[in-house]
Design a protein around this ligand. Structure first.
Ligand SMILES: Nc1ncnc2c1ncn2[C@@H]1O[C@H](COP(=O)(O)OP(=O)(O)OP(=O)(O)O)[C@@H](O)[C@H]1O
Ligand SMILES: [Mg+2]
Length: 267
């Protein structure tokens, strides 16, 4: 039985696909992404925790070829994905093509950083005040945050933040406690420490959500090499405004079509 989805409503409202395990949810998501890509010049970002959407790079049909050519895979983090690569090559007979990416810790929004630190390690009131002051100082570079090693970043945060620290021993403890928490968080393999960083001899590029959103096509963020904590770090660290927030009030819908615009054949 043919079923149709209103493409405008699909991309301008929330949507969930709910069914029992193995019913074909991921498959349907893949079909919707494929049809959207064929119907309109839009950027689509796929957060892929299990690495199952790499398959979209391989056309299943001749008409699927145009879409598959517009699928770009990004492996997130300095992590071993050789098992995934081997499985892909065994299944499809050609190597998986991807770009490896990482985040600049300095481009984390303060709120996201607070949420992550609070969630994993907890923050005292004093540490929170130091962080708010210090992060503002250490990230006052506008759109182009420099990528430095983590120790350099942390000492800048403490330098700018120490005016907000209580005096004496309590202040010392708050500063060193905050430094330890930042160090623990930034050890995650999703973060980069220098320009031209590499993993196993391959370059790791800086994740630039603005650039992805400016490029029509399917951008698959393969998180399958990360453990759950680092997947959460990455979700939390993605600038919400860019990747998760969607459009702002008053801006046109992603698919710039009137009512009765593209209808996607979903089934
Ligand atoms: N319409 C379809 N045509 C052909 N094969 C399909 C179709 N839908 C699903 N499949 C196949 O069925 C299997 C299960 O589908 P899928 O992985 O999409 O299920 P799921 O609901 O996402 O499962 P899970 O809950 O485990 O994530 C896969 O091997 C998939 O290739
Ligand atoms: Mg699934």
């Amino acid at each position: 039985m043919p079923a149709y989805v209103d493409a405008d409503r699909l991309v301008s409202q929330h949507c969930a696909i709910i069914a029992s395990t193995g019913a074909g949810k991921s498959w349907l998501a893949g079909v919707l992404i494929e049809r959207l890509t064929a119907a309109a010049e839009i950027p689509i970002i796929v957060f892929d925790p299990h690495g199952e959407y790499s398959a979209m790079q391989v056309p299943r049909t001749e008409e699927g070829r145009a879409v598959s050519e517009r699928v770009e895979i990004y492996v997130v983090g300095k992590v071993d994905v050789s098992a995934q690569d081997k499985a892909f090559e065994a299944k499809y007979g050609s190597p998986r093509r991807y770009i490896r990416i990482g985040l600049n810790p300095r481009s984390l929004p303060l709120r996201a950083l607070e949420r992550l630190l609070e969630g994993f390690y907890g923050l005292t009131d004093a540490q929170r005040r130091i962080l708010e002051e210090g992060w503002q100082g250490a990230t006052a570079y506008g759109d182009r945050q420099p990528l430095t090693d983590v120790e350099e970043l942390i000492s800048e945060v403490l330098e700018y933040g120490k005016q907000a620290a209580p005096s004496g021993y309590a202040g010392e403890m708050a500063l060193s406690g905050l430094a330890a928490r930042l160090r623990a968080l930034f050890k995650s393999p999703i973060f980069l420490e220098k320009y031209g960083d590499t993993y196993a001899g391959e370059p790791v590029k800086l994740f630039d959500p603005q650039r992805l959103l400016a490029a029509p096509g399917v951008h698959v963020l393969d998180l399958s090499g990360l453990d759950l904590v680092d997947q959460r770090n990455f979700h939390g660290g993605c600038p919400r405004r860019d990747v998760q927030g969607g459009r702002q009030e008053g801006q046109p819908p992603l698919l710039n079509s009137r009512r009765g615009g593209p209808q996607l054949r979903a089934g």
